[in-house]
Design a protein around this ligand. Structure first.
Ligand SMILES: [Zn+2]
Length: 187
């Protein structure tokens, strides 16, 4: 990602929108916007190995591990507008557990790309499965999409829910329900 090219692109966007990129308030805007977009898309430059960085620990625990309410900021690939919400991730370990902060960082790595919510949900679930070799993985994402709220249908309060269940969460109704109950509690 070249900052210079991206900056030039944003200058052109401003011109095409009818603005004067040279005016005082906009002087630094193309570069700032380019840097912001690089930050919001930094997941493209990250890899699962680098993120996890060996933070896997031996454990006898075979009970469900849940990380709730992980803040999520992403950009929809159809409009490049934000969608914002939270992710809930659970897995059932089989000898290895992963550092909790790493779960959040995995969510972030996939969120900081152009996404659709369904694919994002699946990519997180498959990554957790791949890293931990869990007996099951569940991911639920609830998010509000600016492309719905600010344009188009302008539905201010609709949020989208997506879920992916792998392994035990897919096969066992009880396991799935336990997870869904735990994430629907308010604390
Ligand atoms: Zn969109």
């Amino acid at each position: 990602m070249s900052l210079e090219n991206l900056t030039n692109n944003y200058r052109e966007i401003l011109t095409n929108l009818g603005e004067q990129p040279q005016r005082d308030g906009l002087k630094g805007t193309p570069e700032r916007a380019a840097k912001a977009m690089q930050f919001l898309c930094r997941g493209y430059t990250q890899s699962l190995e680098e993120i996890v960085n060996g933070a896997l620990f031996d454990s006898d625990n075979d009970e469900m591990v849940i990380v709730k309410d992980i803040e999520l900021y992403s950009l929809c690939e159809h409009h490049m507008l934000p969608f914002i919400g939270k992710a809930h991730v659970a897995y059932i370990p089989t000898g290895k557990v992963i550092g909790l902060s790493k779960v959040a960082r995995i969510v972030d790595m996939f969120a900081r790309r152009l996404q659709i919510q369904e694919n994002l949900t699946r990519q997180i679930a498959e990554a957790i499965q791949q890293v931990t070799n869990a007996a099951g993985v569940a991911v639920v994402i609830e998010a509000k999409h600016m492309c719905m709220m600010m344009r188009g249908v302008e539905k201010q309060n609709s949020s989208m829910h997506s879920s992916v269940m792998l392994g035990a969460f897919r096969e066992s109704v009880n396991t799935r329900q336990e997870f869904l109950q735990l994430i629907s509690r308010s604390n």
